[in-house]
Ligand binder design. Structure first.
Ligand code: ADP
Length: 271
């Protein structure tokens, strides 16, 4: 720990606005959807910028953001709210979805297909023209604030193909596909997010391009922009490239020693 190179100050950000490097027309599509009060579905592999994009758009539109990481134990009550017991008896506490509906915020459900179908059914009347949220437990039926926006994402990787989203759910959304940024954009992101120099950023991006070409028979999932940023940060604080790439690329990407060795062969060709 004590031989860490001093880490430069984080890159400058526009005040209050999460940095996001656009890779296509996603900002335009999102703004149009927001102005028509339509919900948005974002598909894309892990670590490709979906969450950062939603954060950026919330800042840009000046709306509060409630993010929920979905999982298979998530219940409707986790989204909508529940009765709790306090010193003065029971009281109702809104969940993140209900708060967003009341306040005119963005509710972002990350990895929505991890949630059970009976949980997400509550989204249907919110995601169409009705824009209502019936609260069975309190007998209320909330009409969504005009600025309320529902945004969901999922990773359509091969493991999720069977799970998918029901057509009746997905056809309510304006949808867009994200992928890893092209080389120039990814290098810009790397420089901005880690503070690494342009030459090293370029080499890391090339390395990542080679790993992404290793294909699905070797890697369950391609290395993400997030992993590259971690690698760049470790290198910037003084770690040698091979150790940083082992810890931030080879180990997170695979448990198989042969695959890890193949990844390190590619790493050595770039550093
Ligand atoms: P996802 O939600 O798709 O899993 P994130 O949005 O959390 O991924 O992205 C992981 C990290 O990659 C972010 O924290 C950010 O540092 C970086 N990143 C990825 N794409 C972009 C982009 N287009 N602009 C800025 N940062 C990005």
């Amino acid at each position: 720990m004590n031989n860490l190179t001093s880490i430069p100050a984080p890159p400058r950000r526009d005040a209050g606005n999460a940095y996001y490097r656009p890779t296509g027309n996603e900002i335009d599509v999102f703004e149009h959807a927001a102005s028509h009060r339509l919900p948005v579905l974002i598909k894309g592999p892990t670590g490709c910028g979906k969450t950062r994009f939603v954060q950026h758009m919330a800042d840009k539109l000046g709306r509060k953001l409630y993010t929920v990481a979905c999982h298979d134990d998530l219940t409707t009550a986790d989204l909508v709210g529940r009765h709790l017991i306090g010193s003065n008896g029971t009281y109702w506490q809104d969940g993140p979805l209900t708060r967003a509906v009341r306040e005119g915020a963005i509710c972002y459900l990350d990895e929505i297909i991890e949630a059970r179908k009976d949980t997400t059914v509550v989204l249907h009347p919110l995601a169409d023209d009705r824009r209502i949220l019936p609260l069975d437990a309190t007998g209320e039926c909330l009409e969504a604030h005009p600025d309320f926006m529902l945004v969901v994402s999922y990773n359509p990787g091969y493991r999720n193909l069977l799970k998918g989203l029901k057509p009746s759910t997905r056809q309510r959304f304006v949808a867009m596909s994200f992928d890893y940024p092209d080389a120039d954009a990814e290098a810009d992101i790397l420089i901005s997010e880690s503070g690494i120099d342009a030459d090293t950023a370029g080499r890391l991006v090339q390395l990542c391009g080679s790993l992404r070409h290793m294909g699905s028979h070797d890697l369950e999932e391609a290395p993400s922009t997030r992993l590259l940023i971690h690698t760049a940060r470790m290198m910037l604080s003084g770690m040698d490239p091979i150790t940083a790439c082992t810890a931030c690329l080879a180990e997170p990407l695979s448990d198989d020693p042969t695959t890890q060795a193949a990844i390190l062969d590619v790493v050595r060709a770039h550093f």
